[in-house]
Design a protein around this ligand. Structure first.
Ligand code: HEC
Ligand code: HEC
Length: 275
């Protein structure tokens, strides 16, 4: 190659690289220009839902109650000790303090109640729904309806659920349901040993304070929603292993849920069957 044609080739390569890089940068940038968005989706809010900031907490009694609710939510056995039998918190399942998408977030719950409950066979309030999690998921006892703990939890959930003017509404309510699959608990045991035991313990006993129990005396009881294989599979497939979310297939999740389902756990106390 002559010197001239070599420098021509280099020139073309450099120009191509510059155009290529500029396209990527522009492609990314253009989406950030709010005027561009205006053409695309006039009238739609343009900014994502964001967790409410602690600095925006109201002053006075309501702020205090919300703060108390957050503590009860994230450290239930400590801040609602009288009503909690398990050593797991609301936030052990309603992850990230109740805002993690598809981990049964409580964001938006106030607007979803009162609602008909298949389990109860009648219309229930948000407070009733909280009681269900106390007597089943927390293997505990119902709270007094007008006590400070119940008020605090309702205030906290309402605060998370406040509409956010100019922002997109929260997405990710409920669980990412997987349908029904036949499950193999034996295979699930192998998955448990390699993917779960490191955090939740060889015998599902958990490692407090970080990692909650999955079965045994410290776990939720047999009346809990999480005791259903499809429900646990939906939770696990989307949210576990917590440090590598998304690595399990739907089949893996069903198998490991069936394995956990076969382990011992506290019975549901029939005295609380009205919840
Ligand atoms: C062992 C796991 C677990 C624990 C612990 C737990 N929950 Fe739940 N909770 C669930 C599941 C599962 C659901 C139903 C989710 C579904 O079917 O989409 C639920 C549903 C709810 C709902 C209704 C949500 C909605 O949007 O309809 C509320 C409110 C709630 N729980 C509050 C609490 C509170 C407060 C605590 C702590 C006292 C708690 N939960 C502890 C698993 C748990
Ligand atoms: C890196 C640690 C880690 C690993 C690995 C892990 N988990 Fe978890 N798990 C957690 C934490 C922490 C929570 C509490 C919720 C949160 O913060 O996401 C949790 C919560 C749960 C819950 C709901 C709470 C309860 O006590 O029942 C279930 C069910 C669960 N994990 C199952 C599994 C399964 C099944 C696996 C393996 C496939 C697994 N986890 C792997 C850390 C882990």
């Amino acid at each position: 190659m002559s010197r001239q044609s070599r420098s021509w080739t280099i020139g073309v390569a450099a120009a191509t690289a510059i155009v290529y890089a500029a396209t990527i940068v522009l492609g990314l940038r253009i989406r950030d220009f709010s005027w561009f968005d205006l053409f695309k989706s006039a009238g739609q809010p343009r900014t994502a839902w964001t967790p409410p900031r602690r600095s925006d907490l109201p002053h006075g009694a309501l702020g205090e109650s919300i703060r108390r609710g957050e503590k009860i939510f994230n450290e239930t056995p400590l801040y609602a000790a009288k009503y909690t039998g398990a050593r797991i918190s609301c936030g052990s399942c309603h992850a990230e303090g109740g805002i993690q998408p598809f981990a049964s977030p409580v964001v938006g719950a106030p607007a979803a109640y009162p609602a008909y409950s298949q389990r109860a066979g009648h219309v229930i309030s948000l407070e009733d729904r909280i009681q269900e999690c106390f007597v089943r998921s927390e293997n505990g006892q119902p709270l007094p309806y007008s006590g400070p703990e119940m008020h605090a939890l309702v205030d906290y959930i309402a605060w998370l659920s406040r509409p956010q003017p100019g922002r997109r509404p929260y997405t990710g309510r409920g669980l990412a349901a997987l349908g029904a699959l036949p499950a193999n608990p034996q295979r699930g045991g192998e998955i448990y040993a390699t993917q779960c035991a490191g955090c939740h313990g060889e015998h599902g006993e958990g490692r407090l304070p970080l990692f909650p129990a999955l079965w045994g005396p410290d776990s939720f009881n047999a009346g809990a929603g999480m005791h259903g294989i499809p429900k646990m599979a939906a939770f696990v497939q989307h949210n576990m292993p917590q440090n590598r979310m998304g690595i399990l297939s739907a089949q893996d999740a069903f198998d490991v849920a069936a394995y956990i389902h076969a382990q011992p756990r506290p019975p549901f106390n029939p005295a609380f069957s009205k919840y």
